[in-house]
Write a protein of this length. Structure first.
Length: 366
Protein backbone atom coordinates (compact mmCIF):
# COMPACT_ATOMS: atom_id res chain seq x y z
CA UNK A 1 0.00 0.00 0.00
CA UNK A 2 1.27 3.48 -0.91
CA UNK A 3 1.79 5.98 1.87
CA UNK A 4 0.28 9.47 1.74
CA UNK A 5 3.70 10.82 0.79
CA UNK A 6 3.99 8.36 -2.10
CA UNK A 7 0.48 9.24 -3.28
CA UNK A 8 1.41 12.94 -3.13
CA UNK A 9 4.49 12.22 -5.25
CA UNK A 10 2.20 10.80 -7.98
CA UNK A 11 0.27 14.05 -8.34
CA UNK A 12 1.36 16.18 -11.30
CA UNK A 13 2.83 19.65 -10.90
CA UNK A 14 -0.19 21.87 -11.63
CA UNK A 15 1.88 24.95 -12.51
CA UNK A 16 3.93 22.91 -14.98
CA UNK A 17 0.78 21.44 -16.52
CA UNK A 18 -0.71 24.92 -16.97
CA UNK A 19 2.45 26.22 -18.63
CA UNK A 20 2.70 23.25 -20.99
CA UNK A 21 -1.00 23.45 -21.84
CA UNK A 22 -0.70 27.09 -22.88
CA UNK A 23 2.39 26.37 -24.98
CA UNK A 24 0.99 23.40 -26.89
CA UNK A 25 -2.42 25.00 -27.46
CA UNK A 26 -0.53 27.89 -29.03
CA UNK A 27 1.23 25.38 -31.27
CA UNK A 28 -2.11 23.76 -32.18
CA UNK A 29 -3.43 27.11 -33.36
CA UNK A 30 -0.42 27.44 -35.66
CA UNK A 31 -0.94 23.89 -36.95
CA UNK A 32 -4.59 24.59 -37.76
CA UNK A 33 -3.55 27.70 -39.71
CA UNK A 34 -1.08 25.65 -41.75
CA UNK A 35 -2.61 23.29 -44.36
CA UNK A 36 -1.39 19.73 -43.86
CA UNK A 37 -3.38 17.44 -46.12
CA UNK A 38 -2.04 13.90 -46.29
CA UNK A 39 1.22 13.81 -48.30
CA UNK A 40 1.46 17.62 -47.93
CA UNK A 41 2.52 17.90 -44.28
CA UNK A 42 5.98 19.42 -44.73
CA UNK A 43 5.00 22.82 -43.29
CA UNK A 44 3.43 21.38 -40.12
CA UNK A 45 6.41 19.06 -39.71
CA UNK A 46 8.58 22.20 -39.82
CA UNK A 47 6.44 23.86 -37.13
CA UNK A 48 6.66 20.86 -34.80
CA UNK A 49 10.38 20.53 -35.38
CA UNK A 50 11.02 24.22 -34.67
CA UNK A 51 8.80 24.11 -31.54
CA UNK A 52 10.91 21.29 -30.10
CA UNK A 53 14.28 22.67 -31.14
CA UNK A 54 13.41 26.05 -29.61
CA UNK A 55 13.24 24.17 -26.29
CA UNK A 56 16.70 22.68 -26.77
CA UNK A 57 15.46 19.23 -27.81
CA UNK A 58 17.26 17.48 -30.64
CA UNK A 59 14.84 16.31 -33.32
CA UNK A 60 15.01 13.52 -35.85
CA UNK A 61 13.09 13.66 -39.09
CA UNK A 62 12.31 11.35 -41.99
CA UNK A 63 10.07 12.73 -44.71
CA UNK A 64 7.31 14.55 -42.80
CA UNK A 65 7.69 12.50 -39.61
CA UNK A 66 9.35 14.15 -36.60
CA UNK A 67 10.41 12.36 -33.44
CA UNK A 68 12.35 13.02 -30.24
CA UNK A 69 13.54 11.03 -27.21
CA UNK A 70 13.69 11.99 -23.55
CA UNK A 71 16.87 13.55 -22.13
CA UNK A 72 17.85 10.55 -20.02
CA UNK A 73 17.15 7.85 -22.61
CA UNK A 74 18.83 4.57 -21.60
CA UNK A 75 18.98 1.50 -23.80
CA UNK A 76 18.37 -0.85 -20.88
CA UNK A 77 15.01 0.73 -19.99
CA UNK A 78 11.63 -0.19 -21.55
CA UNK A 79 10.41 2.38 -24.05
CA UNK A 80 7.01 4.06 -24.38
CA UNK A 81 6.04 5.54 -27.75
CA UNK A 82 3.71 8.55 -27.69
CA UNK A 83 2.41 8.90 -31.23
CA UNK A 84 -0.17 10.92 -33.10
CA UNK A 85 -0.54 12.36 -36.59
CA UNK A 86 -0.44 15.89 -37.99
CA UNK A 87 -1.99 15.27 -41.40
CA UNK A 88 -5.66 16.03 -42.07
CA UNK A 89 -8.38 15.08 -44.51
CA UNK A 90 -9.55 17.64 -47.06
CA UNK A 91 -12.15 20.07 -45.69
CA UNK A 92 -15.64 19.14 -46.83
CA UNK A 93 -18.11 21.44 -48.58
CA UNK A 94 -20.21 21.99 -45.45
CA UNK A 95 -17.73 24.33 -43.73
CA UNK A 96 -19.16 27.72 -42.75
CA UNK A 97 -15.88 28.79 -41.11
CA UNK A 98 -12.43 29.04 -42.64
CA UNK A 99 -11.02 25.52 -42.02
CA UNK A 100 -7.49 26.95 -41.91
CA UNK A 101 -8.19 29.60 -39.26
CA UNK A 102 -7.95 28.75 -35.58
CA UNK A 103 -11.09 30.33 -34.11
CA UNK A 104 -11.60 30.23 -30.34
CA UNK A 105 -15.22 30.75 -29.30
CA UNK A 106 -17.35 29.64 -26.34
CA UNK A 107 -14.59 27.41 -25.00
CA UNK A 108 -14.15 25.67 -28.36
CA UNK A 109 -11.21 25.75 -30.75
CA UNK A 110 -12.46 25.46 -34.34
CA UNK A 111 -10.38 24.46 -37.35
CA UNK A 112 -9.49 21.55 -39.61
CA UNK A 113 -7.56 18.95 -37.62
CA UNK A 114 -8.34 20.53 -34.25
CA UNK A 115 -10.05 17.34 -33.04
CA UNK A 116 -8.50 14.78 -35.39
CA UNK A 117 -5.87 14.69 -34.28
CA UNK A 118 -4.49 18.08 -33.24
CA UNK A 119 -5.76 17.91 -29.66
CA UNK A 120 -4.40 14.40 -29.04
CA UNK A 121 -1.12 15.32 -30.80
CA UNK A 122 -0.36 18.36 -28.67
CA UNK A 123 -1.67 16.59 -25.56
CA UNK A 124 0.89 13.80 -25.99
CA UNK A 125 3.55 16.40 -26.82
CA UNK A 126 2.84 18.15 -23.50
CA UNK A 127 3.06 14.81 -21.67
CA UNK A 128 6.41 14.12 -23.34
CA UNK A 129 7.72 17.56 -22.33
CA UNK A 130 6.54 16.97 -18.76
CA UNK A 131 8.70 13.84 -18.50
CA UNK A 132 11.52 15.00 -20.80
CA UNK A 133 14.05 15.86 -18.05
CA UNK A 134 12.72 13.64 -15.26
CA UNK A 135 14.44 10.41 -14.18
CA UNK A 136 11.86 7.72 -14.96
CA UNK A 137 11.52 3.95 -15.16
CA UNK A 138 10.81 4.19 -18.90
CA UNK A 139 12.25 5.86 -21.96
CA UNK A 140 9.90 8.13 -23.89
CA UNK A 141 9.69 8.70 -27.63
CA UNK A 142 7.31 11.30 -29.02
CA UNK A 143 6.55 10.94 -32.74
CA UNK A 144 4.41 13.30 -34.82
CA UNK A 145 3.74 11.39 -38.00
CA UNK A 146 2.23 11.85 -41.45
CA UNK A 147 -0.20 10.14 -43.83
CA UNK A 148 -2.39 8.57 -41.13
CA UNK A 149 -5.60 9.64 -42.81
CA UNK A 150 -4.73 7.66 -45.95
CA UNK A 151 -2.90 4.77 -44.21
CA UNK A 152 0.13 5.81 -46.24
CA UNK A 153 3.49 4.08 -46.24
CA UNK A 154 5.39 7.32 -45.61
CA UNK A 155 3.93 7.86 -42.15
CA UNK A 156 4.65 6.03 -38.89
CA UNK A 157 5.38 2.82 -40.81
CA UNK A 158 8.42 4.51 -42.38
CA UNK A 159 10.04 5.31 -39.02
CA UNK A 160 9.12 2.36 -36.80
CA UNK A 161 12.29 0.42 -37.80
CA UNK A 162 14.39 3.40 -36.68
CA UNK A 163 12.82 3.73 -33.22
CA UNK A 164 14.23 0.53 -31.76
CA UNK A 165 12.30 -1.79 -29.47
CA UNK A 166 9.00 -0.31 -28.29
CA UNK A 167 7.38 -1.89 -25.25
CA UNK A 168 4.03 -0.18 -25.72
CA UNK A 169 2.50 2.88 -27.34
CA UNK A 170 -0.16 5.43 -26.61
CA UNK A 171 -1.70 6.43 -29.94
CA UNK A 172 -3.34 9.83 -29.78
CA UNK A 173 -6.81 9.86 -31.35
CA UNK A 174 -10.02 11.48 -30.08
CA UNK A 175 -11.57 8.96 -27.65
CA UNK A 176 -13.03 11.35 -25.04
CA UNK A 177 -10.03 10.17 -22.97
CA UNK A 178 -11.55 6.71 -22.62
CA UNK A 179 -9.34 3.65 -23.14
CA UNK A 180 -9.66 2.05 -26.58
CA UNK A 181 -8.01 -1.28 -25.71
CA UNK A 182 -8.81 -2.90 -29.05
CA UNK A 183 -9.18 -1.64 -32.60
CA UNK A 184 -10.47 -3.27 -35.73
CA UNK A 185 -8.12 -3.89 -38.62
CA UNK A 186 -9.04 -3.21 -42.24
CA UNK A 187 -8.93 -5.60 -45.17
CA UNK A 188 -10.17 -4.35 -48.54
CA UNK A 189 -10.54 -6.98 -51.26
CA UNK A 190 -11.27 -6.51 -54.95
CA UNK A 191 -13.25 -9.38 -56.43
CA UNK A 192 -13.80 -10.34 -60.08
CA UNK A 193 -16.48 -12.76 -61.33
CA UNK A 194 -15.88 -14.03 -64.86
CA UNK A 195 -18.61 -14.98 -67.34
CA UNK A 196 -18.87 -15.07 -71.13
CA UNK A 197 -20.21 -12.23 -73.27
CA UNK A 198 -23.05 -12.62 -75.73
CA UNK A 199 -26.08 -10.88 -77.26
CA UNK A 200 -28.76 -10.29 -74.63
CA UNK A 201 -31.61 -10.89 -77.13
CA UNK A 202 -30.44 -14.41 -77.96
CA UNK A 203 -29.71 -15.44 -74.36
CA UNK A 204 -26.11 -16.08 -75.29
CA UNK A 205 -23.15 -16.11 -72.93
CA UNK A 206 -22.79 -16.49 -69.20
CA UNK A 207 -23.80 -13.47 -67.13
CA UNK A 208 -20.97 -12.45 -64.78
CA UNK A 209 -23.38 -10.37 -62.68
CA UNK A 210 -25.42 -13.45 -61.78
CA UNK A 211 -22.23 -15.30 -60.84
CA UNK A 212 -21.12 -12.36 -58.70
CA UNK A 213 -24.50 -12.21 -56.94
CA UNK A 214 -23.95 -15.63 -55.40
CA UNK A 215 -20.67 -14.47 -53.88
CA UNK A 216 -22.13 -11.11 -52.86
CA UNK A 217 -24.91 -12.96 -51.03
CA UNK A 218 -22.25 -15.01 -49.22
CA UNK A 219 -20.49 -11.83 -48.03
CA UNK A 220 -23.85 -10.48 -46.87
CA UNK A 221 -24.97 -13.56 -44.95
CA UNK A 222 -21.83 -15.36 -43.73
CA UNK A 223 -20.76 -14.84 -40.14
CA UNK A 224 -17.23 -15.78 -39.11
CA UNK A 225 -17.52 -17.99 -36.03
CA UNK A 226 -15.06 -16.31 -33.65
CA UNK A 227 -16.41 -13.19 -31.91
CA UNK A 228 -14.09 -10.73 -30.13
CA UNK A 229 -14.88 -9.93 -26.50
CA UNK A 230 -14.25 -6.22 -27.08
CA UNK A 231 -14.92 -5.73 -30.79
CA UNK A 232 -17.71 -8.19 -31.54
CA UNK A 233 -17.96 -10.00 -34.90
CA UNK A 234 -16.02 -9.37 -38.10
CA UNK A 235 -18.04 -7.08 -40.42
CA UNK A 236 -18.03 -7.52 -44.22
CA UNK A 237 -19.72 -5.05 -46.59
CA UNK A 238 -19.81 -4.95 -50.39
CA UNK A 239 -19.35 -1.26 -51.14
CA UNK A 240 -18.57 -0.93 -54.88
CA UNK A 241 -19.77 -2.86 -57.95
CA UNK A 242 -19.06 -2.42 -61.68
CA UNK A 243 -20.29 -4.48 -64.64
CA UNK A 244 -21.48 -4.19 -68.20
CA UNK A 245 -20.77 -1.94 -71.14
CA UNK A 246 -24.21 -1.54 -72.74
CA UNK A 247 -27.77 -2.79 -72.29
CA UNK A 248 -27.78 -5.48 -74.99
CA UNK A 249 -24.49 -7.20 -74.15
CA UNK A 250 -24.29 -9.95 -71.53
CA UNK A 251 -21.40 -8.85 -69.26
CA UNK A 252 -18.39 -11.14 -69.10
CA UNK A 253 -16.88 -9.43 -66.03
CA UNK A 254 -18.38 -8.16 -62.79
CA UNK A 255 -16.04 -6.42 -60.36
CA UNK A 256 -16.92 -5.62 -56.77
CA UNK A 257 -15.11 -4.42 -53.66
CA UNK A 258 -15.58 -5.60 -50.09
CA UNK A 259 -14.72 -3.60 -46.96
CA UNK A 260 -13.88 -5.99 -44.10
CA UNK A 261 -13.38 -4.82 -40.51
CA UNK A 262 -11.38 -7.50 -38.75
CA UNK A 263 -11.29 -8.04 -35.00
CA UNK A 264 -8.52 -9.25 -32.74
CA UNK A 265 -10.04 -12.74 -32.98
CA UNK A 266 -8.49 -13.16 -36.44
CA UNK A 267 -5.43 -12.31 -38.48
CA UNK A 268 -6.04 -10.65 -41.84
CA UNK A 269 -4.51 -13.61 -43.67
CA UNK A 270 -6.88 -16.03 -41.89
CA UNK A 271 -9.95 -14.12 -43.04
CA UNK A 272 -8.60 -13.91 -46.58
CA UNK A 273 -8.16 -17.69 -46.68
CA UNK A 274 -11.71 -18.29 -45.38
CA UNK A 275 -13.10 -16.01 -48.11
CA UNK A 276 -11.23 -17.85 -50.85
CA UNK A 277 -12.56 -21.18 -49.60
CA UNK A 278 -16.17 -20.01 -49.94
CA UNK A 279 -16.43 -17.86 -53.08
CA UNK A 280 -15.86 -18.67 -56.75
CA UNK A 281 -14.69 -15.22 -57.88
CA UNK A 282 -11.08 -14.02 -57.98
CA UNK A 283 -10.15 -12.34 -54.69
CA UNK A 284 -7.28 -9.86 -54.54
CA UNK A 285 -6.45 -7.98 -51.32
CA UNK A 286 -5.30 -4.40 -51.68
CA UNK A 287 -3.18 -4.89 -48.55
CA UNK A 288 -3.00 -7.07 -45.45
CA UNK A 289 -0.91 -4.57 -43.44
CA UNK A 290 -3.72 -2.85 -41.48
CA UNK A 291 -4.09 -5.43 -38.74
CA UNK A 292 -6.37 -5.49 -35.68
CA UNK A 293 -4.73 -4.49 -32.41
CA UNK A 294 -5.35 -4.93 -28.71
CA UNK A 295 -3.80 -4.50 -25.29
CA UNK A 296 -4.55 -6.57 -22.19
CA UNK A 297 -6.82 -5.14 -19.51
CA UNK A 298 -4.08 -6.24 -17.11
CA UNK A 299 -1.42 -4.06 -18.78
CA UNK A 300 -0.05 -1.45 -16.33
CA UNK A 301 -1.06 1.51 -18.53
CA UNK A 302 -4.64 0.22 -18.76
CA UNK A 303 -4.76 -0.32 -14.99
CA UNK A 304 -3.41 3.21 -14.56
CA UNK A 305 -6.22 4.55 -16.73
CA UNK A 306 -8.86 2.63 -14.84
CA UNK A 307 -7.47 3.95 -11.55
CA UNK A 308 -8.12 7.54 -12.68
CA UNK A 309 -11.72 6.86 -13.64
CA UNK A 310 -11.39 5.86 -17.28
CA UNK A 311 -13.36 3.03 -18.93
CA UNK A 312 -12.34 0.53 -21.64
CA UNK A 313 -13.98 -0.10 -25.00
CA UNK A 314 -13.29 -1.49 -28.46
CA UNK A 315 -12.86 1.00 -31.31
CA UNK A 316 -14.47 0.29 -34.71
CA UNK A 317 -12.24 2.79 -36.53
CA UNK A 318 -8.74 2.17 -37.83
CA UNK A 319 -5.67 4.24 -36.92
CA UNK A 320 -1.90 3.90 -37.05
CA UNK A 321 -2.24 1.25 -34.34
CA UNK A 322 -2.89 -1.11 -37.25
CA UNK A 323 0.77 -0.78 -38.26
CA UNK A 324 2.22 -1.54 -34.80
CA UNK A 325 3.29 -5.04 -33.80
CA UNK A 326 3.56 -4.17 -30.08
CA UNK A 327 0.85 -3.42 -27.48
CA UNK A 328 -0.84 -0.08 -27.98
CA UNK A 329 -3.60 1.95 -26.37
CA UNK A 330 -5.66 4.47 -28.31
CA UNK A 331 -6.41 7.45 -26.09
CA UNK A 332 -6.91 11.15 -26.56
CA UNK A 333 -9.00 14.27 -25.97
CA UNK A 334 -11.79 15.12 -28.38
CA UNK A 335 -14.65 13.07 -29.79
CA UNK A 336 -14.30 10.86 -32.86
CA UNK A 337 -17.89 11.82 -33.80
CA UNK A 338 -16.52 15.29 -34.68
CA UNK A 339 -13.75 13.94 -36.91
CA UNK A 340 -14.03 14.81 -40.62
CA UNK A 341 -17.12 16.97 -39.97
CA UNK A 342 -17.74 20.54 -41.12
CA UNK A 343 -16.59 23.21 -38.66
CA UNK A 344 -14.56 20.66 -36.71
CA UNK A 345 -13.71 21.69 -33.17
CA UNK A 346 -12.32 20.57 -29.84
CA UNK A 347 -13.05 22.04 -26.41
CA UNK A 348 -10.03 23.81 -24.94
CA UNK A 349 -10.75 22.15 -21.60
CA UNK A 350 -10.70 18.74 -23.26
CA UNK A 351 -7.08 19.34 -24.21
CA UNK A 352 -6.10 20.59 -20.75
CA UNK A 353 -7.87 17.72 -18.98
CA UNK A 354 -6.37 15.26 -21.47
CA UNK A 355 -2.85 16.45 -20.72
CA UNK A 356 -3.45 16.05 -16.99
CA UNK A 357 -4.84 12.53 -17.46
CA UNK A 358 -1.94 11.48 -19.71
CA UNK A 359 0.52 12.68 -17.08
CA UNK A 360 -1.36 11.10 -14.16
CA UNK A 361 -1.45 7.72 -15.93
CA UNK A 362 2.22 7.83 -16.87
CA UNK A 363 3.24 8.89 -13.37
CA UNK A 364 1.56 5.78 -11.99
CA UNK A 365 3.87 3.50 -14.00
CA UNK A 366 7.03 5.55 -13.52
Amino acid sequence: MKTNTQEQDLLPDKARLHQLSEEVIGLLKQLIATPSLSKEEDATADLIQHFLEARGIKTMRKLNNVWVVNKHFKKNLPTILLNSHHDTVKPNSGYTLNPFEAIEKDGKLFGLGSNDAGGPLVGLLAAFLYFYELPTAHNFIFAATAEEEISGKNGVEAILPELGKIDFAIVGEPTLMQLAIAEKGLLVVDCVAHGRSGHAAREEGENAIYKALKDIHWFQSFQLPKVSETLGPVKMNVTIIHAGTQHNVVPDICEFTVDIRITDAYKNEEVLEIIRQHVSCEVKPRSVRLTPSSISKDHPIVKAGLSVGRTTYGSPTTSDQALMDFPSLKLGPGDSARSHTADEFIFINEIKEGIELYVKMLLKIN
